[in-house]
Design a protein around this ligand. Structure first.
Ligand code: SIN
Length: 481
C-alpha cells in the first residue's frame, strides 16, 4: 500500500474543513481530503441559504447574541463555548470584511432577521448564496497555502494505537499524521426527508465511536419547517424574516397564536407544521409580502421557476436539516482521542444546546474550524508506524455492501425517530433497524434511536409525545464505545 505523511490531515470539504486548513503554517504539511469522490467542495455549508449570524450591527451586542443562542438551546448550551462563538465569531466576520469578502449591502452591510434572534444580525451574500460565496472564498484562501488536496479519495479506515490517532486509509493510500481533524458534516441524510444535498451520511461519527471517540447528544436532530413539498429543497427561514408566513388550506395562519408567531424557533414551528399535516391539512408558505423576491432570493426563485411553482404560495413540509449531536469536543476542538480534533456539523461542543439558533452554524464552522486548525498545527510529532506493526494496530472500517437498502433505513428513521417521538415508535424503529445489515449507517442510526429513547423529556428539537415536560436538570447524552 502507498504511504504518505502529513503534519495535519483534515477530512471535510466544507467551511469547517477549509477554515481549519487556512490555519496551516508555511513549515507545515497539511492535507485536505474530501470524503466523497467529488472534485469541488459542495458540502452542506456550500448549500447554506440563510446567512451567518454575528453581532456587528450598531444596535446589537455579543451579549444579545449570546442570550439568544442560550435561549434557543433550551438549557443545554455550554456557556463558555457560546461565549467563544459570539466573540470570536464577530472578530472573524470583521476579519473577513477586511480580507475583501463581500456581504450584501444597503448603506454598509444589510442585516436579515431569522427565528430566535432579538436583533437583525444575519449577514448574507449574493442573496441566498452565502454558503457558496463563503466556501468559495475560503477555498481560494486555502489554495494560497501549502495544502495538498485529495478530492477523489474515499475514507476506508481510521487507525489508532492505544489512545492516539495514527493514520487514515483512503482507498489504497495509507496516510499517517501528527494530527487529524474531522470536519465532515452531519447525519441528517439518514432521514428520507432531509435538506442535505451533500453526500455525507454520518459514517465518520460511527468510525469515530468504534475507535473510542466519544459522541454527544445524537438525539438532537434539527428539523427545518419549510422545504418545498416532496423535493427536500430548503425554503430559507429568512423568507419568514422578510415577511413570508405559514398558512393552511383552510386559510388559517396557525402560527399566529404561538409565541414568536412565524418566527418562533425552528423546533416549535416544525412541530406545529407536523401537527397540521397530521390533521390532513396542506401547509403553504405565503411569500406575497416579500419585496424583490428574484433579487433577494435568486436560488429559490430559480428553483420555483424550474418547478413552475407560484412563489406566492408554496406547499411545504419539514425535513431533517442539521445534526446538533456529533463527535464530542472541548473548548479547543479536541476529542478524547489524542491528536484527533473535530469541527463543524460532525462535532458537538454543546454550542447549540438542544436547538441551534438559525445561522449560527456557518459561524460555528468558521470559529471552531479555525480553533481546530490552530491547535492541530501545534500537535507534537507522532511516531511513524513500523510497517511490520501495522497489523497489530486497531483499525475501524468504513464498509457496507453496495446493495444495502439505504432508502429503507432513511424511511425508518423518518417514520420512527422523526419530529415527534415516543417510546413505542422508537422501539419499533430500533427493532427494524437491528434486522438490517450491520454497517456504519445502521450502527449510527441505532445510537441515535437509543439516545432518543434515553432522553425521557421534551427539550429543544427532541419532542417526546410521551414525556412532554422538560426536566429541571439539563444533561448531555455522552456515548462511549
Ligand atoms: C435557513 O436558511 O433557513 C437555514 C439557515 C440555518 O440553518 O441556519
Amino acid at each position: 500500500m502507498e504511504k504518505e505523511f502529513f503534519d495535519s490531515v483534515i477530512i471535510g470539504r466544507g467551511l469547517a474543513g477549509l477554515s481549519s486548513a487556512i490555519e496551516s503554517k508555511e513549515n507545515k504539511n497539511t492535507a485536505l481530503f474530501f470524503l466523497e469522490k467529488e472534485k469541488e467542495p459542495k458540502a452542506n455549508s456550500f448549500n447554506a441559504q440563510g446567512g451567518i449570524a454575528a453581532a456587528i450591527n450598531s444596535n446589537d451586542s455579543v451579549e444579545k447574541h449570546f442570550n439568544d443562542t442560550i435561549k434557543a438551546g433550551a438549557g443545554l448550551c455550554n456557556q463558555k463555548i457560546v461565549k467563544i462563538l459570539v466573540e470570536k465569531g464577530k472578530e472573524k466576520i470583521l476579519e473577513l470584511i477586511d480580507l475583501g469578502f463581500e456581504f450584501d449591502k444597503e448603506n454598509g452591510v444589510s442585516f436579515g432577521l431569522e427565528a430566535g434572534h432579538s436583533e437583525k444580525r444575519i449577514l448574507h451574500s449574493k442573496g441566498d448564496n452565502i454558503g457558496r460565496e463563503l466556501t468559495s472564498f475560503y477555498l481560494k484562501l486555502a489554495k494560497e497555502k501549502n495544502i495538498h488536496f485529495f478530492p477523489e479519495k474515499k475514507l476506508n479506515e481510521l487507525i489508532i494505537q492505544k489512545d492516539s490517532g495514527k493514520a487514515v486509509v483512503f482507498d489504497d493510500l495509507l496516510v499517517e499524521f501528527n494530527s487529524l481533524i474531522f470536519a465532515s458534516g452531519g447525519y441528517s441524510s439518514l432521514y428520507s426527508k432531509n435538506t442535505n444535498k451533500g453526500k455525507t451520511k454520518g459514517e465518520v461519527n460511527s468510525i469515530a465511536l468504534k475507535a473510542g471517540i466519544e459522541l454527544m447528544d445524537l438525539e438532537f436532530e434539527q428539523f427545518h419547517p419549510t422545504t418545498i413539498k416532496e423535493t427536500n429543497f430548503l425554503l430559507s427561514e429568512t423568507l419568514r424574516g422578510e415577511g413570508a408566513f405559514l398558512v393552511n388550506d383552510l386559510n388559517e395562519k396557525f402560527m399566529e397564536k404561538i409565541s414568536g408567531k412565524d418566527l418562533a424557533t425552528r423546533d416549535v414551528v416544525s412541530v406545529k407544521v407536523t401537527e397540521e399535516i397530521e390533521k390532513k391539512r396542506k401547509v403553504f408558505l405565503d411569500c406575497t409580502k416579500i419585496k424583490n423576491f428574484e433579487e433577494r432570493f435568486p436560488s429559490i426563485y430559480l428553483k420555483l421557476k424550474e418547478m413552475k411553482l407560484n412563489p406566492e404560495l408554496i406547499e411545504i413540509e419539514p425535513a431533517a436539516h442539521y445534526s446538533i449531536g456529533g463527535i464530542k469536543i472541548d473548548l479547543n476542538s479536541r476529542t478524547n482521542l489524542k491528536n484527533v480534533f473535530a469541527a463543524g456539523e460532525c462535532s458537538c461542543s454543546g454550542v447549540h444546546g438542544a436547538n441551534r439558533l438559525a445561522s449560527n452554524s456557518l459561524l460555528e464552522a468558521v470559529v471552531f474550524g479555525s480553533i481546530a486548525g490552530k491547535n492541530a498545527m501545534q500537535t507534537k510529532k507522532n511516531e511513524k508506524i513500523k510497517t511490520e506493526k501495522i497489523n497489530e494496530l486497531i483499525k475501524t472500517k468504513n464498509s457496507f455492501n453496495s446493495n444495502f437498502d439505504f432508502p429503507l433505513l432513511q424511511k425508518l428513521m423518518w417514520n420512527y425517530c422523526g419530529i415527534k417521538r415516543n417510546e413505542n415508535e422508537l422501539q419499533k424503529g430500533l427493532t427494524k433497524i437491528k434486522k438490517m445489515e450491520k454497517n456504519n449507517y445502521t450502527f449510527l442510526a441505532e445510537k441515535i434511536i437509543e439516545s432518543a429513547l434515553n432522553r425521557k423529556e421534551t427539550r429543544g428539537t427532541h419532542f417526546r409525545t410521551d414525556f412532554s415536560e422538560i426536566k429541571e436538570k439539563a444533561e448531555h447524552t455522552v456515548i462511549r464505545k
